[in-house]
Design a protein around this ligand. Structure first.
Ligand code: BGC
Ligand code: CA
Length: 342
């Protein structure tokens, strides 16, 4: 009997040791990924949407995949010099992948060379480097959307309004007098959005008459200032305001509201919460959704596979081995559900 007890005790001891070993092994096995991210401006509404969605993705992965996700997020506040310093810091601290929203999209080569020396893959997002730069190294990627597509869809909103509502051509001259609030000069989304919006509208048989156009650098406040000037110059002549993003559209609305003037047709791009609210209030005519959630999901997925040393091409749908583009879509209020948060 005594011998049997001793035997059972030894067995139990083996079992416990085995268990505790497994627990330490399991703890060791929890994978950790470190993401270093730098944004051209953290206070940019759309960039902020992407970043908070990436953070959400990280939290979800921690829960679902039993892993640890560390994210170091830096704000370059519009300075490329500061962003280069941030990149040095992130590399020094040892991250597995760098997510870069460039201040100046023409200087990607410097960033790529730094990352290559440290052998840390780079995912550029939202501000697209030129093809030649992206080809400098095979561990460089870009996640974004096709600017021309958003321009086309924005143009379609105007075309639909024009044929539905014949009061748009206020002076009845058969032409649409318009102004354009442009994004930052040199940004792929600025020039192309304007170009394709105009092209779509004119190809639908509508004559366009440009009164003015200028950059407001994506910003609501600058757009309001610009619009105040144009209102003094053109006043009631303005029949349409094309805006390269929603924040600038909201700035244009501010200018009209300050002087309690009736709003013309105003269209934006992004589909931010405030823009959708303005649509619901009948202030903003329409907007095109720039899919921040999807872009964030793809940036995170790509970061995950790169950090885990997995074959990216096998796990993700890459275009020309480097690019991932999300689709734009026209925001339709009647299709919004409670899950969209509105
Ligand atoms: C967005 C803008 C944003 C810009 C920043 C664009 O794609 O539509 O709202 O300010 O990216 O780079
Ligand atoms: Ca007209």
């Amino acid at each position: 009997m005594k011998q049997k007890k001793l035997y059972l005790c030894i067995l139990l001891l083996f079992f416990l040791v085995g268990c505790s070993q497994r627990t330490t092994e399991e703890i060791k096995k929890v994978p950790e990924i470190k993401i270093g991210l730098t944004a051209y401006r953290r206070d940019d509404t759309f960039i902020n949407m992407i970043i908070s969605n990436i953070q959400e993705e990280g939290k979800e992965a921690e829960q679902q995949k039993n892993m640890k996700v560390t994210m170091n997020i830096m704000d370059a506040k519009g300075s490329q010099t500061m962003q280069n310093e941030h990149i040095d810091k992130l590399i020094e601290q040892g991250c597995d992948v760098l997510c870069v929203n460039l201040v100046d999209r023409t200087v990607a080569a410097t960033v790529i060379d730094k990352a290559k020396t440290a052998n840390i893959p780079v995912i550029f997002f939202n501000r697209e480097p030129v093809k030649e730069d992206l080809e400098r190294w095979n561990k460089v990627y870009y996640v974004g959307a096709e600017a021309s597509e958003s321009g086309k869809l924005q143009g379609q909103i105007v075309v639909e309004q024009y044929y539905k509502n014949n009061t748009i051509d206020k002076n009845g001259d058969g032409k649409l007098q318009y102004v354009v609030l442009e994004g930052e000069q040199g940004h792929q989304d600025a020039l192309l959005r304007t170009e394709y919006a105009i092209k779509t509208i004119t190809e639908a048989g509508i004559q366009m008459d440009k009164l003015a156009g200028d950059t407001a650098n994506w910003l609501r406040s600058q757009a309001e200032t610009k619009m105040n000037q144009w209102l003094q110059l053109y006043d009631d002549k303005i029949e349409l305001i094309l805006c390269n993003n929603d924040d600038m559209a909201l700035g244009a609305i501010d200018a009209y509201e300050n002087i309690e003037k009736e709003l013309p047709i105003i269209v934006g791009i992004d589909g931010t919460a405030l823009a959708i609210e303005a649509m619901m209030q009948g202030k903003l005519t329409g907007t095109v959704k720039n899919d921040a959630e999807k872009q964030a999901e793809l940036i995170f997925k790509l970061s995950y596979h790169l950090a885990m040393g997995e074959d990216v091409a096998k796990n993700m749908n890459l275009l020309r081995e480097k690019y991932i583009f999300t689709k734009y879509s026209i925001v339709k209020l009647e299709e919004m559900t409670k899950e969209d948060g509105y």
